[in-house]
Design a protein around this ligand. Sequence first.
Ligand SMILES: Cc1ncc(COP(=O)(O)O)c(C=O)c1O
Length: 359
Amino acid sequence: MKRATRLPIPVRKAVLGLAPYNAPEEGRAAKLRLDFNENTVGCSPAVLRALSRITAEEMAIYPEYQATTKRLARFFGVRPTEMHLTNGIDDALHLIADTFLNDGDSALVIEPTFDMYRFFAELAGARTAALHYDEEMRFPVDAVIRALRQPARRCPRVLYIANPNNPTGTLVQPDELKRILRAASHTLVLVDEAYFDFSGLTILPWIRRYPNLLVARTFSKSAGLAALRIGVLFGNPDMLAIMRRACTPYPVNTAALVAAEAAVRDPGFLRNYTREVLLSRAILEKGLVRLGARVYPSSANFVLADFGPAAKRLVRALDRKGILVRGRRDFPREGFMRISAGTRADTRKLLSAMEAILR
Ligand SMILES: Cc1ncc(COP(=O)(O)O)c(C=O)c1O
């Protein structure tokens, strides 16, 4: 950060205020990757076949979005004007900040949650206010509503809710979301449904009822396309039309378009993988409790576990055995780990490694 201040060109204050970037660990491919909530078996073979049919000529042409948008709109049950393709949800967050957040505005996050909400809001120059899950990992719905009912100039411009939330795995129920949306007269509400396939709970149809609601989905999780970076932002057509003004012309590449279309044409793959993960998650939750952890009931493809003082050693020892899990430091105290549920075989491998370490 110090070096940046000596640059010949002044750097934006918002950028100088950000913590230095910590690149995620590389060389993960050969390991059992239970640290980033990815699909652990890879995408559908039908996706690979579709990708292999892309021609040299198609590679030379800038991507076009209409046809894919139409087909994906049918899959999601919305009109094409109610969705916008993004380079993953990360890109949607960037676009939201670019469109709605002025220097000095405030954005509201409920922590612990997905770090990128705060990152993109602060990059845009906004201040982030945070409310917190309690010790039982309950969502502070009343405090959120109080924050939304302030006079307009003090209200957050954007409220970010991950549902299910990462890393707690918890769900905000539809009646609570309804109360929040009704209170949010001056606030854009993003409901991030990255893990929808595992929770089965969506408020996507509500984009027709609440003009200040955006819903985000991704192909990075159950569809196994994290490498290609494709997501969808859903909302009121007028709001999306304004947001497109702030958007780069080609945010999603042609390979990602082809892959997403092929993925939705193979719903059997998605169904089977999701079913496998849910069975695996149940084994994981039980196994972690047996090993002495406190586990929070999860609606996603990961589980938050509290191992107390044993956590740090456990994360490191698993890493040495080629198994990656995510130790979390953004809790009031140490001891929390977020562990992805892959297949049942992945979970069994993890649990027996943990057992051997803790014995
Ligand atoms: C809640 C949540 N939203 C979004 C993302 C990122 O999605 P994408 O890969 O589409 O950028 C993640 C990834 O871990 C996440 O946990």
